[in-house]
Design a protein around this ligand. Structure first.
Ligand code: ZN
Length: 305
């Protein structure tokens, strides 16, 4: 594989973002089996679960058991999503199984209130405490800012507002900021402009893009972000995940499609695409329905001379 632009870093979020949005409970045994398979595809970062309240998200009630049971090869970094300090308490009981913690909030006031029932300012105060404890525990921390590129309730979110929130999170100790488009509202020109600004304004922190393919623009947005130097992306095997509003909306960009596109462009990811496709096939068998990933349907690009 020749490398012209890469390497690109990919965090696989399917076991968290994906399973969280599955209506049928995925058995713990199947989760462990699929995550173990993902761990052997060359993916270096995997978000394996979330310590959300089990009564609110029963699908992830097995977070601790999954973390305990997965087999993590050397060089693979495990991350978990933490909604608040109580979630962090539970995660810290398994400190030796976790490399990175992700926290989240929305840039839009209305979306944040609907999602976590708090103002953005209150979320920032709460997350500052969480970030301090994460740092004290010696873990790396990613902060995800949802609705960076638009909010279903408020429309366009000003770039300056997103950057200001990112600054506060960095000052509170975040090592990485992910900009999320969980409702699939971003367009490539907007993404290019935003990441150019973010790189200029936030020079000393890893910037990550978290795109959804809700309107089929996920990979176009990846290319736009790449063009202005963003080389860290989050995606989900099988295109799992996403906001289930409206019903039937697709999820995160598919990791297979992302890897396929990058490899065809000569950009290294470290991922074995065939192994990843094998994992997506196993996932399709577990969820028992067709998945949105294009490469899963069409197969990898095969050049014949
Ligand atoms: Zn997502």
């Amino acid at each position: 594989m020749s490398t012209t632009l890469g390497p690109v870093r990919i965090r696989e979020v399917g076991p968290r973002d994906g399973f969280q949005n599955e209506s049928e409970l995925v058995p713990t045994d199947e989760k462990v089996r699929l995550i173990d398979q993902l761990m052997r595809t060359g993916l270096r970062r995997i978000e394996v679960t979330s310590f959300v309240r089990p009564d609110v998200v029963p699908q992830l009630a097995d977070a601790a058991e999954v973390l305990r049971r997965i087999t993590v090869p050397p060089g693979v970094r495990v991350s978990v999503l933490i909604p608040n300090s109580h979630g962090l308490d539970r995660a810290l009981e398994l400190r030796d199984r976790i490399d990175e913690v992700s926290v989240f909030l929305s840039a839009s006031e209305t979306h944040n209130r609907r999602n976590v029932n708090r103002s953005v300012a209150d979320s920032l105060v709460g997350l500052s405490d969480v970030l301090e404890r994460v740092r004290d525990a010696g873990m790396r921390c990613e902060a995800v800012i949802a609705t960076t590129f638009g909010c279903p309730y408020e429309g366009r979110v000003p770039d300056a507002r997103v950057i200001a929130i990112a600054r506060e999170l960095i000052e509170a100790g975040a090592h990485e900021i992910a900009f999320g488009d969980t409702t699939g509202m971003a367009n490539p020109l907007q993404v290019r402009r935003f990441f150019a600004l973010a790189r200029e304004q936030l020079p000393d922190v890893e910037l990550t893009a978290h795109f959804h393919n809700t309107r089929g623009q996920g990979l176009a947005n990846v290319l736009a972000a790449l063009d202005v130097g963003c080389t860290s992306f989050e995606s989900s095997f099988g295109e799992l995940g996403g906001c289930p509003v409206p019903p039937g909306a697709t999820g995160n960009i598919a990791t297979e499609d992302l890897v396929s596109m990058l490899h065809e462009m000569g950009i290294d990811t470290g991922v074995d695409l065939l192994a990843l496709l094998g994992t997506a096939v196993a996932l399709r068998d577990v969820v028992g329905r067709p998945l949105g990933s294009h490469t899963l349907v069409a197969g990898p690009v095969a050049w014949r001379s």
